[in-house]
Design a binder for this molecule. Sequence first.
Ligand code: URA
Length: 429
Amino acid sequence: MSAASIVDIIRRKRDGGELGAEEIRAIVQGAASQSVPDYQLAAWLMAVFLRGFSEQELDTYADAMMRSGRVLDLSGLPGPTADKHSTGGVGDKISLCLAPLVAACGVYVPMISGRGLGHTGGTLDKMSAIAGYQTALPVEQFLANLRSVGWSIIGQTDDLCPADRRLYALRDVTGTVESIPLIAASILSKKLAEGSAALVLDVKVGSGAFMKSVGGARQLAQTMCGIGRRLGRRVSAFLTNMDQPLGRAAGNAMETAEAVDVLRGAGPQDVVDLTVILGAEMLRLAGAAPDALAGQHRIRDAIASGAGYERWCRGVRQHGGDPEAPLPISRERHPVRADRSGYVTAINTEALGVACVELGAGRRRVDDIVDPSVGILVERKVGDQVNAGDPLAIVLGAHSAVIAVKAAYTLDDSPPTARPLIVESLLQP
Ligand code: URA
């Protein structure tokens, strides 16, 4: 498409018009092939940010982004497929528990995951805490691992959704990240390209989430479910509580250890509960359980029998990792103590996530090296009663994080009314 036509497309979106499928594809293909320059893509993104998309435009955009690179064909696998995506939180290690458990129940789990983003942790950084685990595998090896063990977790490959990679990088520097249609299409295009027939979305809401309000999280969940279902996949979403970290551990190696605890039949209750609920929905969507209750029984059985843990060990070995190797967890520990008695009424979870990044568990710049050993152990959660001097949390790593962690806790005289773990469900009929 000529430069003049690209200008026309930008003008029309700027003025609130609806773009045709060919015009949207021209933008997306131009992004992938580098034939449309940054300044035109940036102008177009800002026009979309301000004017939004119709349903038709949204589906065409997500579909074109998915097709801008390789689309995996998983139809040759001898069983159904399902994946899960979380919009990101603090202490969210659920993917590590889910992948082997769902695989142990006969459903293949292809997970192409991300590194930490802003104050939130990333699945890849947690897997990288395991000695030898390879996250950068060619797609053919990913598919081979998936076929032999039932799950595989790797990082984004260059040939998947190249248009999204370029557009996302531009959004990051042009103030156009916080747009529900752009976020929804960006996430869904990558998940659709991965080839899974079923998808469960965990949309986090609260102080540690990108979506702070239930209204915004619901809108994002509805938009993603809509795209996925209209493009032929089975998609459910849960809005889940991120007003406090999930589980006790925030920080890569500690989170991996906590996920392994869950696979071995222990671990914090909220991590177990969310694993069981999301896993059951993956099984239901994939046709491996008739309903949520039956799915929950299957996931709990896979924990109790050790089948999930056995899958974990096999999968980790398949990726070159050693599941028996001790995880690198810092010995430098600093308790953060309550300076009064009362109840924990709130935890500023984004502030805890930022403190983790400052400790070295995440990246301030894309080329920062993550330290897997550092993080925060959450000793008291929202609603817990404390006495003055009790540890609220333990910092693993530099002492300097203690002040920020203490400031993230609010204590008061009476207990709060905490949000439930599952705030809302948008289930595929
Ligand atoms: N994660 C993505 O993959 N894309 C977005 O736009 C936001 C978060």
